[in-house]
Design a protein around this ligand. Structure first.
Ligand code: PHE
Length: 466
């Protein structure tokens, strides 16, 4: 007898789970940095326009593919067209690659959260703390393991008892924490060693007021490509996740509304992350503080900002890292689910078995990633010029190469092979209107693939002038 597929019990559960996947480290450590670098409000406007067009197209497509086929990424594409199995294979390899290094970073976040929780925030702000931690041989592995265990536990419990119920608790708390920290950030002021007093509100202005100074066409193009790359990563598309989550959505659910809500949630948190981070960094470090992004912003610059806040800094740091931990857990569980559901559908095995297999793969590869800063240390130069260790190499291959390829393949499959009507009909199946239909067809057939090819060429280092 065929077992019935699990499904989210309601649309709220689905929206929160998908938003949980979308809201992740990218929203927190990259969006604010790009906004500060790319002319504040100018970046925000470009990002918003892209979210409503390009992001909406990719997100709708993947969720609809999942719901229509009721299959995981590995098997969904071949169900649409039998010659397109290879696309499913790459879409499934992406989360397999991402999972180990996402858990390694999740472990770093856990370490910082524990440091602040136990009142050791000032130590975490000292020079060399972060490097000392990641280059030690045992601690990062233990932290990674704890993070992975928490995520695997949720996935073992399944779609309803695991993913849906944890998202319903975590996401509202996460939003609350973001709002609290953002409001706090707007109220601070500080007089630096240079005698200049800066306030959070001034920092907020730098963030939201568009800066057109010295803007050239080439410069605008680079803002556009930055915003596109960020959006693409932020919505968790092209990594099989939204196909997997889409396959658990009931046929009578209103997809248009859910897709809008996921986009609003993700964009709002990204925007609020900027309200949290930019005014605080600006107040305590000036705009130079915003030159860092990624791990160095989160694990080096921000602890210094918290330390400069004095006593309250430890509490703010603790709330901040709790929030980041929540964001990372909900993203990691979506990555793991994409792989687990693929193994279940392809090999007809139980959830427990599939989760054990993926858990072991992530564990072994995760240890290798952690040791990449220690026993297995080496340096290579990537085509985009960055000096990389194992983690960066995996990140580069998945985000910069495989993900654009999956997205381009999806656009060609839907736009030209099976035709956009398949997605439109799926969205409209439950009687809801596909709002931006006029936009969807040209977008999926022509505009999105062109934008994605530009993104791929840029991230592969083939075009370097943007
Ligand atoms: N979308 C998440 C973000 O913006 C990142 C993510 C990465 C989610 C990998 C799932 C998997 O940070």
């Amino acid at each position: 007898m065929k077992k019935e597929r699990n499904s989210f019990s309601g649309t709220i559960g689905f929206v929160l789970a998908a938003a949980g996947s979308a809201v992740g480290l990218g929203n927190i450590w990259r969006f604010p940095y790009l906004a500060a670098k790319d002319g504040g409000g100018l970046f925000l406007v470009v990002y918003l326009v892209l979210a409503l067009t390009f992001g909406f197209t990719l997100l709708s497509t993947e969720i609809a593919i999942g719901r229509k086929t009721k299959q995981s990424p590995l098997t969904a594409y071949s169900k649409l067209h039998k010659r397109w199995k290879p696309l499913g294979v790459i879409a499934c390899i992406v989360p397999v690659i991402i999972m180990p290094y996402y858990c390694a970073i999740g472990g770093w976040v856990l370490k910082y959260f524990l440091a602040y929780l136990t009142g050791h925030g000032t130590e975490a702000a000292q020079d060399g703390y972060f490097t000392g931690f990641i280059t030690s041989n045992i601690e990062p592995v233990i932290m990674m393991l704890l993070f992975l265990a928490a995520v695997a536990f949720i996935i073992f419990r399944g779609v309803n008892k695991g993913i849906e119920s944890s998202s319903q608790v975590i996401m509202p708390v996460l939003l609350l924490l973001v709002v609290i920290i953002a409001v706090f950030s707007l109220t601070i002021s500080h007089t630096g060693d240079d005698g200049v007093t800066r306030t959070g509100l001034e920092g907020f202005k730098v963030y939201v007021v568009p800066n057109f100074d010295g803007l050239t066409i080439k410069g605008f193009f680079s803002v556009l490509v930055d915003a596109m790359g960020q959006l693409f990563f932020s919505l968790s598309v092209a990594m099989g996740i939204m196909v997997a989550y889409g396959s658990y959505v009931k046929d009578d659910a209103n997809l248009t509304r859910s897709i809008n809500q996921i986009e609003i949630f993700d964009t709002a948190v990204a925007f609020l992350a900027g309200v949290m981070i930019i005014p605080a960094v600006f107040t305590f470090m000036g705009m130079e503080g915003m030159q860092a992004s990624g791990p160095s912003l989160m694990f080096v610059s921000l602890p210094k900002v918290f330390a400069a806040m004095g006593k309250i800094g430890n509490i703010v740091g603790c709330l901040f890292f709790a929030m980041v931990l929540f964001a990372a857990v909900t993203s990691a569980m979506s990555v793991m689910e994409a792989v687990v559901s693929s193994f279940m559908d392809e090999f007809h095995i139980s959830r427990t078995k599939a989760a054990c297999i993926e858990g072991v793969i992530a564990l072994v590869a995760g240890i290798v990633v952690c040791l990449g800063y220690n026993l297995l240390y080496f340096e290579v130069k990537l085509p985009n010029g960055a000096v990389a260790q194992i983690l960066d190499i995996m990140d580069y291959i998945s985000n910069n190469l495989f993900m654009p390829v999956v997205a381009i393949g999806t656009c060609i499959l839907i736009g030209w092979v099976v035709k956009p009507k398949v997605v439109i009909d799926e969205v409209e199946k439950s009687g809801c209107k596909f709002g931006r239909k006029w936009l969807y067809v040209p977008m999926i057939k022509v505009i999105a693939p062109i934008l994605l090819i530009i993104l791929l060429l840029k991230s592969a280092g083939i075009i370097s002038w943007i």
